[in-house]
Design a protein around this ligand. Sequence first.
Ligand code: FDA
Length: 308
Amino acid sequence: MVRSALLGAARSDRLRHTVERLPLTRNAAARYVGGAEQSDVVRVAGELAGEGLAVTIDHLAEDVRDRARATAVAQAYVTLLEALHKAELTTDVEVSVQLSALGRALPADGPAIALENAQQICQAAADAGTTVTVDMEDHTTTDATLDVVRDLRADFPDVGAVLQAHLKRTEADCRDLAHAGSRVRLCKGAYDEPESVAYRDRGDVDRSYVRCMKVLFAGDGYPMIATHDPRLVEIAGSLAARHRREQGSYEYQMLYGIRGREQRRLVRAGERVRVYVPYGPEWYGYLVRRLAERPANLSLFLRSVASS
Ligand code: FDA
């Protein structure tokens, strides 16, 4: 119930405007968001890189409903990549993009506009010496997103794909994508999906995650294990050992602000760990979705809003 209420709050424009006006630095959102401005996130990325963590940066943009905004988001990525290059951070720092933020839902030619914007970002990333991963959104967009990844890989073979273990189709998708050079981020899946396409029971999702990891570790691609779940992290380690994979031939990924101690423990153990850092003025929806995953964090957030 708390989760549904929070997901409803994520869609409330009034709440969004009130909360986004609060200064991010005095707000619990700062724990999960790398800042409202590009300069903030470049600084955060530099600090994380200094601790031996790799980073992927997401420019937050919700409800992109016109072409000018989609172009502005793509441009924000281009200038971000230039800034990261200038700060000599692109060995460790890449970007993650959501196709909806690049215009996919626009009424006319949305998918073509999103592809064009994604190509522009991939070119800027290649010029800066780094990579792009295409986030996965709800199940109605899975095929279209994988098609875009395939198109992008024709020119930029290191573009990363994301697969969601809660979808019943994902084990088969892992098989398709577990080939040499293919970077695949495996996550549980953040969207509330119907039983017809997704496992709804947490145990079933975890079992699917393990089956998917087995496929990815046995394959020739580059698995990116995106979870905070201690059991799954441990199983990933066992699978890496079983398949004699060297450290650095796969990586762990976690969200900024979640299980930071574990991120650093893995780095000390010689593992490659990438932190997903979202940023931008439109951080409200992202924050509420993180709180919905763990309502225990809600009181912390409300206290910080009350004291702002
Ligand atoms: P689970 O939710 O079961 O959590 C396991 C443990 O992690 C918890 O018991 C707790 O200890 C800790 N934890 C988890 N969430 C927490 C929180 N908010 N606060 C504090 N502790 C918390 N999804 C998607 O649909 N498309 C995508 O493209 C991506 N991309 C992506 C990138 C990266 C790098 C990550 C880590 C995750 C995503 N996700 C995503 C989100 C993903 O699908 C999933 O919703 C979250 O990672 C939470 O799932 P866990 O695997 O962590 O397990």
